[in-house]
Design a binder for this molecule. Sequence first.
Ligand code: MRU
Length: 339
Amino acid sequence: MKDLISTSLKYQQGQLWVLDQHQLPDQENWLECTSVEAMVDMIRKLQIRGAPLIGIGASLLLAHLAEQGCDTPALEQAAATLRDARPTAVNLMNCMDRMLAALAQHGVSALTGCAEGIFEEDIQLCLNMARNGAALIAPGARILTHCNTGSLATAGVGTAIGVIGEAHRQGKGIHVYVDETRPLLQGGRLTCWEMRQLQVPYTLICDSMAAMLMAQGKIDCILVGSDRIAANGDFANKVGTYSLAVNAQYHRVPFYVVAPYTTVDPQCPDGSQIPIEQRPAAEVQGVSGSFGKVRWSPQDAQVYNPAFDVTPAKLVTGWILDTEVLSPQQVEAGALSRL
Ligand code: MRU
């Protein structure tokens, strides 16, 4: 496979490397990934994360295993195991299906080209979303975003952060409010890191401050990513997105979801059918791992920790895709199920 390099994933001289997103923002450590078990573990721990990026990482690993001499049954088993590593993000399933189709049609040697194609396509999809979305951003806009959707979550410039970066590059003079994003602080750690890299002026807030900012008239629009968009326009994203959308409607703030076609699941009729990943109690009871180790709740506190929530289509102002920006009327008329 040729060398492929992005902010958080690289294939170089026959080795696959993942930027350990647990260590950011303070340390940039790369981890070599050589097995399905290692990739599944990194996906579960969110060392590699973001719906598009995990699909791309899993595809590169499959191609790597093919180059190492794995046979067809072993590769099929590997794809099945990787497919199950994260239930909500449909990009992972789409990528595995694409790799398995290449394997079935053209054999083991086809996996290299297929994985390279998936990586390079994502870069272009991000650029297209960035261009489509930036056209909607008014000069001086104050934008609120949730979780992390940039070059740490894709092979390219990202989805919602791609739009933000492009609006900034165009000199629109934007300011970004970054939700810290509970429970793993993807906003506070990763989006702030990306805003700094892009030199976009930003302010970090706690998730629970967003409604107040909207009431104060400090937010002009909200941009978020997605792990899966159903045919009727309902979509799953990092938990906390739904309350942003409810608050946005109450305060009449435009609310956009930004995603490539690889995040749309036309087979999924509506949000009630999107599987939601449940995460360990310890993430809410405190923090552990590279963030340090602190528990603030009683050890036996009962916890509910869904990783994602579902935002109904009726709260969405527009779906910023790589091909176009869809309006509620277009989505209601079935535009997403035709993708
Ligand atoms: O659990 P995470 O950090 O992977 O959640 C990421 C998100 O919710 C993103 O908005 C989504 O994956 C789209 S990223 C381009």
